[in-house]
Design a binder for this molecule. Structure first.
Ligand code: BMP
Length: 214
């Protein structure tokens, strides 16, 4: 994934036409569009291919399964032109290696610690360990919480040059500047952009905030 703006839009809009319209409007502000189950379930998997004509698409399936099922899901996403997929790291080394192998040239991003308060219960205590495993398995990067910039720093210390993508900006209380200053390469922003009255100016404000730090 290129790094031009440092912004990834989380398009959790469930109306497919609206989602495509927003994607077209904000794509120049973002390096990728991340889609998750809400949009896939409402619009169908063809939305991956449709969006790929507008932007790089990251399929946030948070895959957490045995290696064979992981492979099947990753292959489906990549065959529809996803350029990245998100998997849970807690499933262990065999599942993670299978994701990387199935993805081929597409990027695999592993979740080490989730951004909501519940993410501190079970994922945070093992996040550095999971990141070290991700490095061994050849992932492209990690998902680390913008809601806890100190944890981005902790993951950065293990991740080396791999990418860090940080959700939790805006609606969840995190800020783009703190996430980037803590070591994130990209911030992931959903509701604060697609739910805004003017998604383009909301996205451009985040892009400018990121740009001012570089
Ligand atoms: P929002 O900016 O509206 O809170 O959206 C954040 C997006 O990032 C959602 O799609 C969510 O599923 C995802 N996400 C997250 O919020 N925290 C994580 O730890 C991992 C995620 O993928």
């Amino acid at each position: 994934m290129r790094r031009d703006t440092g912004l990834i839009i989380a398009l959790d809009e469930t109306d497919a036409d609206k989602a495509l319209k927003i994607a077209g409007t904000v794509s120049s502000m973002a390096d990728a569009i991340k889609i998750n189950w809400p949009l896939i379930l409402s619009a169908g998997p063809e939305i991956i291919t449709q969006l790929s004509e507008i932007s790089d698409v990251i399929c946030d399936f948070k895959i957490a399964d045995i290696p064979n099922t992981v492979r099947l899901i990753v292959e489906e996403a990549v065959s529809r032109k996803a350029s990245g997929v998100i998997v849970h790291a807690f499933t262990g080394e065999d599942s993670l290696r299978e994701a990387v192998s199935a993805a081929g040239k597409a990027d695999v991003y592993a979740v080490t610690e989730m951004s909501h308060p519940g993410g501190m219960m079970f994922t945070a205590p093992h996040a550095e360990e999971m990141a070290a495993m991700g490095v061994r398995c050849g992932v492209a990067g990690f998902i680390a919480p913008a809601t806890r910039p100190d944890r981005i720093k902790a993951i950065r210390s293990v991740a080396g040059d791999l990418k860090i993508l940080s959700p939790g900006v805006g609606a969840q209380g995190g800020s783009a500047s703190s996430a980037i200053s803590a070591g994130a390469d990209y911030v992931i922003v959903g509701r604060a952009v697609y739910g805004a009255k003017d998604p383009l100016s909301a996205a451009s404000a985040v892009r400018d905030e990121i740009r001012s730090l570089l």
